[in-house]
Design a protein around this ligand. Structure first.
Ligand code: PGA
Length: 250
């Protein structure tokens, strides 16, 4: 069985005042759920210090594939580890759109993350135009084929998390039907099983895109959904705790 993970993507939200929210999130921990908060880079070290010993892990939102170098504004995987991060979101659609990140770059970032000891939360998902054109499964499995690095089958389940995030569902309040989520998550599991064999059963598959306390239980009841990657509703512990509770009960 994969681990259950509730991951929060804070995007470009939060400053020192948000540390109190982390305390509330730590208090919201529930049995059987791993909580990962991915704040802006400026908060990683402070939040990692504050969360040490709790059920909340801290992650980055991207990293550069190189270890060091002349890359102004970038952060390497080893630097995230040095700051106290254990996870990193890679290939989020906002990175793909705003920074033109390609699957090949995301694969290189994932390899660098694994080498540094970080767990990548690798995002895939179709645009609305791609769903309308009925190419969702081809897009998602194509992204996986190009962006997921080779993994040793015996450690695949512990070293990778995949998040399915339909681009049209992110921040919009629109959510796919449970049948649509089941279809894509089933295809992701099958693709990973082709590459990694039985170990694919242990890779947590998260759904992301407008997950709220009110729809979380329904989403977590879908086959092959092992948790969520949550944007807006992860910023307030009062909201995120409802999602964590639903996952714990699933
Ligand atoms: P949302 O964002 O929950 O605000 O839709 C999800 C994400 O971008 O990871």
């Amino acid at each position: 069985m994969p681990r259950k993970i509730a991951a929060g993507n804070w995007k470009m939200h939060g400053d020192g005042a948000a540390l109190a929210e982390l305390d509330a999130l730590i208090a919201a921990a529930a049995p059987g759920v791993e909580i990962v908060i991915c704040p802006p880079a400026t908060l990683i070290a402070r939040m990692a210090d504050r969360a040490r010993g709790s059920a909340v892990a801290i992650g980055g939102q991207t990293c550069h594939h190189a270890a060091t170098g002349a890359h102004t504004g970038d952060i390497s995987a080893a630097m995230l580890v040095d700051a106290g991060a254990t996870h990193v979101i890679l290939g989020h659609s906002e990175r793909r759109a705003d920074h033109a990140e390609s699957d090949a770059q995301i694969r290189a970032q994932a390899q660098a993350s694994l080498a540094a000891g970080l767990i990548p939360i690798l995002c895939v998902g179709e645009t609305e135009a791609e769903r309308d054109a009925d190419v969702t499964l081809a897009v998602v499995t194509g992204q996986l084929a190009a962006a997921v690095p080779d993994l040793a089958p015996d450690t695949a389940g512990a070293s990778l998390v995949v998040a399915y995030e339909p681009v049209w569902a992110i921040g919009t309040g629109r959510v796919p039907t449970t049948a649509q989520i089941a279809e894509v998550h089933g295809a992701i599991r099958a693709h990973l099983a082709d590459r990694f064999g039985a170990a694919a059963q242990d890779i947590p598959l998260l759904y992301g895109g407008s997950v709220k306390p009110g729809n979380a239980a329904e989403i977590f009841a879908v086959a092959n959904v092992d948790g969520a990657l949550v944007g807006g509703a992860s910023l307030k512990a009062t909201d995120f705790s409802g999602i964590i509770g639903a996952l714990s009960a699933a």
